[in-house]
Design a protein around this ligand. Structure first.
Ligand code: SF4
Length: 950
């Protein structure tokens, strides 16, 4: 493609019918070179939204002299002429040009579309990120001409990459693009033509690069008779001022808390004991457990397993800590990051997808083209290289490895390329395995078929253990899962219809017809089931932390209703399964003479196995028969359901499967205790079933000086929710929050316990924030969690509103975050099925559910929320609790005693603002208790502190 026009627009928003163009940049490319450019600001006739000002750097006064769009429309139209339009997400620019200028451009080429395929493993495909990775200059991000020029360079680079693809890959990419109805098809077809003309001997057979070779090492001990203890003094020396870590870490400092933790971990490994370790933020706990556990594993020829809850921590261990240890420790070691099978591509399933002749939809065709190009370079087959979107995650399920359908040694890929086999062999050779809670529990469920045997076990982020066990050791069936299964049957049947059977043609046709008919019936039954659940049960639910959830109890009306509706669904699903089984018999018969039919038989087996799992789980859930399970149905919207069964007590399960084995065991987190006691954690996770002498507990405080770095405030102005009308409550709340935000000049994270409260507050803050140019970012309202945190981190005057997932894992050091507002004490709603069942269970054992479960759980969550503020030794700021129960109720003391700060102030919004201002002005911790000084200028004091911080 030689001649085209690149366009980039800046606009006031995303909707052409509502929003205005504010800047236009055009670049004319002729004969593959940039020949001419056009740029202009465009007077929108309105004020710019704050987010747009932030993004572009444009200000309202810059438009005073600018032309209106109608003034420059003829120039724009003439510049573009009849050239094809190229853009990064070109349909956005084209839709604005069409609506505001009335020009329709028939040929549009999207660099975003092509980049996603040709640069499949780029962590992001935004223009800026691609420019960084492809070394393209982008002088003014989010300014129209600069973006358009960079897009032109990007298009050159991408076209160059297309030209470098081998003919075999290019032909298949071309095929996928054809199915996606992509404009780029003309370009790829022309390259194929050129290659065919000029290249000889380049075959059309696809070859994949071989993964790294893995040599099998000596097996580990499965049992050890005598422990070889690790020398504690040696471990301590590694953390000392003269130790090897100092040369590896640019931020190295001797942290007594870290040494203390490493010492305790060494003890627990040497003595085969269970250590519960609460290590405050900033301890450096990952190295404090990695070093002793690695040394111990090497000395004792045992594998150590480390399990984290979040991918972020897993990645940090793998990409930061392990490389440091590789260059620090004298002993050579091997480590492996083990993920579930579904993270890896299955080459057998991939080939099946490539071979099938079913028409793909546009997104699917793009996805498979992307995977194909990626397969030409990946050595791991691990999807984390791809940064898949939500929709792509669904497509991934068609090609990922699945334990139920893996052909193992019968598969032709097994001995050479199979990504899963390679990853497994690496894990078997490793001294240290890093995995996550989810896989640890999947391994337990599968009777240890997933992870290699291991000795010591370290569970980080252990405060999640009970929840992780609850969700992974339970069962669930959702409408999405059933529909995906039926959809796969539809696609497979479509593909088989195109084949000519070697014999039994009549029966073959009959079986296929049966499958189609049964599948259609099942689809209707699922819809009917979902609708009747929605109509009958929705009024019974109420909005809480998550979706509407309704508990199922044996023989109650709701259960009877679901039982009869569910029984019909199960009957129909079983009919579908029977049709599949009939077809399988035929396919296996055909396979005796032709292997190709065996491949189809495997696909049908896959469907039967998944169908079995769905019907078994469904039967279990609607049976509501197991006393140690709680059952409920979640309703999302009018017609989405999720049926769930979860264990009520996980302690015994954890004890039997993980804790009772003779092994060193470390459970650690920054928040394990409530009111300075581990009792809650011990009771909930089954640690109480271990002999007392086997359990060590220790709290290592954070090295941060919370009393100097932070001020804790309780706002008494706000009524308790429920004591006044919702309207009054949210108005009061918003009024005070606005005052705090204005005083802080943004820089605030607000934590909510419900999405409803978040939305209500967001709507009330929006107007006042727009007026003062403070950027408001709402969870699920302005983008995904990651995107919002990134935006907040990069901006100095922003307010972030987050619900459940924002209470932990948000790490924003420095002046961008100086204030955390906790709207409500984070009690779980007592009517959540799992919570309700656990309270009932405690009650029946004669224990007080509030003090043994509800309160400590909320305390741990509050500690997590509080922990968002101080992330480094130089951070400073306030935490404001807007729930006065923390000072008016007796249990409030438990919350306050559990926080790492000794004192707090209480008062109305005005008093609190003055106290914070006083405190910020004077770096010493005492002024908050002295008389209030004249100043209440928090903003100015914060500025001064920020400067000191920088
Ligand atoms: S061995 Fe299993 S996971 Fe590997 S390619 Fe074959 S079927 Fe897929």
């Amino acid at each position: 493609m030689q001649d085209f026009c690149v366009c980039d627009l800046e606009t006031t928003g995303l909707e052409p019918r509502q929003d205005q163009i504010i800047e236009i940049g055009l670049v004319k490319v002729q004969q593959g070179e940039i020949k001419e450019t056009f740029e202009s600001l465009v007077n929108p006739g309105t004020l710019l939204p704050v987010k747009v000002k932030r993004l572009t750097g444009l200000q309202d006064d810059m438009f005073k002299e600018s032309p209106f769009l109608s003034d420059i429309a003829p120039d724009i139209i003439e510049f573009i002429g009849d050239l094809p339009l190229v853009g990064h997400n070109v349909s956005f620019d084209a839709s604005f040009l069409a609506w505001h200028l009335g020009i329709e451009i028939p040929k549009q080429f999207d660099t975003l579309e092509l980049a996603r395929i040709i640069c499949p493993d780029s962590p992001r495909h935004r223009l800026h990120d691609l420019c960084v990775s492809l070394n393209i200059e982008l002088s003014h991000r989010h300014r129209a001409l600069s973006d358009a020029q960079a897009t032109a360079q990007l298009s050159f680079a991408l076209m160059h990459k297309v030209q470098n693809l081998s003919l075999a890959y290019l032909a298949r990419v071309n095929n996928f693009l054809k199915q996606a109805d992509s404009a780029w098809i003309a370009y790829t077809a022309s390259i194929i033509k050129d290659k065919m003309r000029t290249l000889t001997g380049e075959g059309l057979k696809i070859s994949y690069p071989l993964p790294d070779t893995v040599k099998r090492r000596k097996p580990r001990h499965s049992q050890i008779t005598e422990i070889i203890p690790v020398n504690k003094e040696y471990i301590k020396s590694l953390f000392s001022a003269t130790g090897p870590l100092k040369d590896q870490l640019s931020y190295f400092e001797v942290r007594p808390q870290q040494v203390q933790m490493a010492d305790a971990v060494t003890d627990s490994l040497n003595e085969n004991k269970c250590l519960l370790m609460e290590a405050g933020t900033g301890t450096g706990k990952s190295l404090a457990y990695l070093i002793p556990s690695l040394e111990w594993a090497i000395a004792n020829r045992q594998r150590t397993l480390i399990a984290t809850q979040t991918i972020n921590l897993q990645e940090q261990l793998w990409t930061k800590d392990i490389p440091i240890l590789k260059s620090t420790l004298e002993n050579d070691f091997s480590a492996a990051l083990v993920k579930g099978r579904s993270n890896y591509l299955c080459l057998r399933r991939w080939e099946t997808v490539m071979d099938r002749e079913v028409q793909l939809n546009e997104d699917e065709a793009h996805f498979f083209a992307r995977i194909l190009v990626w397969l030409g370079k990946t050595k791991t087959g691990d999807k984390s290289e791809l940064n898949l979107s939500k929709k792509e995650q669904e497509y991934w399920l068609q090609i990922c490895s699945d334990p139920e359908i893996c052909q193992s040694s019968y598969c032709r890929w097994f001995h050479r390329h199979c990504f899963v086999g390679r990853a497994r062999m690496k894990a078997e050779n490793a001294d240290l395995i890093i995995t996550n809670h989810s896989l640890l529990f999947s391994d337990l469920r599968s009777e240890h078929k997933i992870l290699p045997s291991f000795g010591p076990l370290i569970i980080d982020e252990a405060h999640h253990l009970e929840d992780a066990a609850t969700s992974h050791l339970g069962k669930q069936v959702s409408r999405v899962v059933v529909r995906q299964w039926l959809q796969s049957i539809y696609k497979t049947a479509g593909k088989l219809t195109a084949l000519i059977p070697p014999s039994e043609d009549k029966q073959w046709q009959e079986n296929l017809n049966n499958i189609r008919k049964e599948r259609q019936n099942a689809g209707q039954q699922v819809t009917q089931f979902a609708q009747s659940i929605g109509i009958s049960l929705k009024p019974l639910g109420n909005e809480s932390f998550f979706k509407t959830a309704i508990r199922l109890r044996p023989n109650e009306d709701i259960h009877q209703f679901l039982k009869s509706e569910g029984a019909n669904l199960i009957t129909i699903l079983k009919s579908v399964m029977q049709s599949l089984k009939d077809l399988l018999i035929l396919l296996e018969m055909f396979g005796e003479t032709d292997e190709l039919w065996l491949e189809h038989a495997w696909n049908i087996k896959e469907l039967i196995i998944s169908g079995d799992n769905i019907t078994n789980d469904l039967e279990f859930i609607i049976g509501v028969g197991d006393e140690n399970h709680v059952y409920w149905v979640e309703i999302n919207g009018e017609s989405d359901f999720n049926l769930v069964a979860a264990p009520v007590r996980v302690g015994e399960l954890l004890f039997k499967s993980l804790f009772k084995h003779e092994r060193g065991l470390v459970l650690t987190s920054a928040t394990l205790t409530a009111n300075e006691s581990f009792q809650y954690f011990i009771e909930r996770t089954g640690i109480n079933l271990l002999p007392a002498e086997k359990v060590l507990t220790q709290v290592v405080p954070s090295p941060f000086n919370y009393d100097q770095q932070c001020i804790l405030c309780v706002d008494k102005d706000i009524d308790i929710p429920g004591s006044v009308s919702e309207e009054t409550y949210f108005n009061q709340l918003a009024e005070s929050i606005v005052e705090y935000i204005l005083a802080m000049d943004g820089r605030t994270l607000i934590l909510f316990t419900s999405h409803n409260a978040l939305r209500e507050t967001y709507n009330r803050l929006k107007g006042p924030m727009e007026q003062v140019d403070i950027c408001l970012l709402g969870h699920n309202l302005d983008g995904s969690r990651t995107h919002l945190i990134e935006q907040f981190r990069e901006s100095s005057r922003s307010v972030l509103l987050g619900a459940s997932s924002f209470w932990e894992g948000v790490d924003i050091p420095g002046p961008a975050l100086c204030n955390v507002i906790i709207v409500k004490l984070p009690f779980w709603p007592p009517n959540m099925p799992v919570v309700e069942a656990r309270l009932e269970e405690l009650d029946s054992s004669g224990l007080n559910g509030f003090s043994h479960f509800t309160l400590p759980q909320a305390v741990i969550r509050l500690k997590q929320g509080f922990g968002r503020l101080i992330r480094t030794g130089r951070d400073k700021g306030s935490v404001i609790i807007m729930d006065r129960r923390v000072i008016t109720k007796r249990y409030g003391k438990v919350f306050l005693n559990s926080l790492p700060i000794k004192t707090h102030i209480r008062g109305d919004t005005g008093i609190i603002k003055k106290r914070i201002a006083n405190w910020l002005q004077d770096p010493e911790p005492t002024p908050r208790w002295t008389s209030i000084k004249d100043t209440n200028d928090i903003k100015r004091n914060l500025e001064m502190w920020s400067k000191r911080h920088i």
